[in-house]
Design a protein around this ligand. Structure first.
Ligand code: SF4
Length: 456
């Protein structure tokens, strides 16, 4: 039950799932303090933008949005910026947007109610210091999604890839205790949610002092009521044999891995300080596929990294074909102030028009591979979890275990249910389907339930 004795809060979230999860924690803190959440910014007492700093474009978007939202403020509203951009820019943000009175980095959300009070009293309040012990263990998140739950298991990153701002904005890697994670997952399962997604910047490097990621997968997969277990994003170097064995053994672990590649050229990977070669990456793919049948693989790829020449880019295209990615998030390199990549010699800069042309070719290559693979899956039957209404609102959006999106006709009562559907059509990336059977959620999944996941 919410109470609005303090006022209303509106939170807009940008960036990765970790930010989505942090917004749920922030809302938990503010609800406990007496705020009521609202879904539109109009005249909300507190307007917060939880931001991403990974690319310049993301920051520009937030700056533009801060300007737009000014019109939604009442005479007593306050506006705050939280997340990675807040951590990166700190008090400088207050000067760039004078109607902003609150700036809080990812380790400062425990102090959110007190900082909001100060801002509402007319102060400019900032909190951008790191707290390497902070996991918000005692903060109950207000979850936005009733079908799946984000479970942060690790904060920060120790890798220091040369293009990445995350080690600066989120600090070094630290993991939650396995018992604490399992307790949270058990609570989520008790409330009827059957899918959890474990979150970390390099989630499979999880280590709490006594347990590794393999232990975590086994422990979470054994929680009564958890039928689907996913994780994001892993680093290729942290797929130990123990982790892969746990993925293969634990029935709830879904047959999908998001495996950031970034480039198919070992030369570029070296400059990115990804700490693996193309061959290492391919060996990792092979090890995963040899243990987990029907595994689908998605990835992240950056084009136009400084020094990337035509051959490097061709290597990326050939790697895309060789792996046969089921989907990819593709980006043009964006130099972030404060990252090592900005110190590379200026003559290595890839001209914008070349980077743009490469991005277009890359997208076309990813899409045509995915389209070909998806066409071979038509007619298959598979288990889906109904997630929500699709954006256009006429069809329900469902997800297969191997992370394919299927749109089906149906009723609101199906959201959160597991169904068997037949894949009847594809646009290339998304499927349409028809219901074959409706099933009620089971307390524990076993992989032999339902039909095999489609092969990638
Ligand atoms: S692994 Fe690299 S890209 Fe990923 S968060 Fe860490 S530094 Fe950034």
């Amino acid at each position: 039950m919410t109470s609005s004795r303090k006022g209303t809060v509106y939170i807009e979230t940008y960036g990765c799932q970790m930010n989505a999860s942090d917004s749920e924690l922030m809302l938990g803190k503010l609800r406990a303090d007496g705020y009521e959440s609202v879904t539109t910014p109009d005249r909300a007492d507190v307007i917060l933008l939880n931001t991403c700093a990974i690319r310049d474009h993301a920051e520009q978007r937030v700056l533009g949005r801060l300007g737009e939202l000014k019109a939604s403020m009442s005479a007593t509203s306050i506006m705050g910026v939280t997340g990675c951009m807040a951590q990166r820019l700190g008090p400088k943000l207050l000067a760039r947007a004078r109607h902003v009175s609150l700036v809080i980095g990812p380790d400062g959300y425990r102090a959110l109610p007190a900082l909001v009070e100060r801002a509402r009293a007319g102060e400019k309040a900032t909190h951008t210091t790191f707290d390497f012990e902070e996991h918000y263990e005692d903060v109950a998140p207000v979850r936005a999604d009733r079908v799946k739950a984000w479970i942060p298991v690790q904060r920060g990153c120790d890798y220091k890839c040369t293009y990445c701002i995350v080690p600066t904005t989120r600090g070094p890697e630290r993991s939650r205790r396995l018992d604490d994670v399992v307790r949270e997952v058990a609570g989520v399962a008790a409330s009827g949610t059957t899918e959890v997604v474990l979150l970390g910047q390099t989630v499979n490097s999880y280590r709490d002092g006594g347990h590794d990621f393999a232990d975590l997968l086994r422990a979470v997969g054994a929680v009564d009521g958890i039928r689907r277990l996913r994780f994001t994003s892993p680093h290729p170097n942290d797929f130990s044999d123990r982790v892969i064995a746990a993925m293969a053994d634990v029935p709830a672990v879904c047959e999908h891995v998001h495996l950031p590649m970034q480039s198919g050229s070992s030369r570029v990977l070296k400059r990115m300080l990804r700490r693996y070669t193309r061959e290492d990456y391919m060996a990792c793919v092979e090890r995963l596929r040899s243990r987990i049948s029907g595994l689908s693989i998605t990835t992240d790829i950056i084009v136009g990294f400084p020094g990337e020449d035509d051959q490097d880019f061709e290597d990326t295209l050939s790697a895309v074909r060789e792996v046969g990615f089921d989907d990819a998030f593709t980006f043009r390199f964006s130099a972030r102030e404060g990252t090592p990549a900005t110190r590379l010699p200026v003559e290595l800069t890839v001209p914008e028009e070349i980077a743009t042309a490469r991005l277009e070719r890359l997208i076309a290559t990813v899409r045509s591979g995915a389209r070909e693979r998806n066409a071979t899956l038509l007619g298959r039957r598979c288990e889906v979890l109904v997630e929500k209404w699709a954006r256009r609102g006429e069809l329900l959006q469902c997800r297969t275990r191997d992370f394919r999106t299927v749109l089906i006709p149906g009723a609101d009562s199906l959201v959160g249910r597991y169904l068997t559907v037949e894949l009847t059509g594809t646009t290339g990336s998304t499927f349409t389907g028809t219901i074959v059977t409706e099933r009620t959620p089971l307390p524990m999944a076993v992989r032999s339930i339902g039909d095999a996941a489609p092969a990638a």
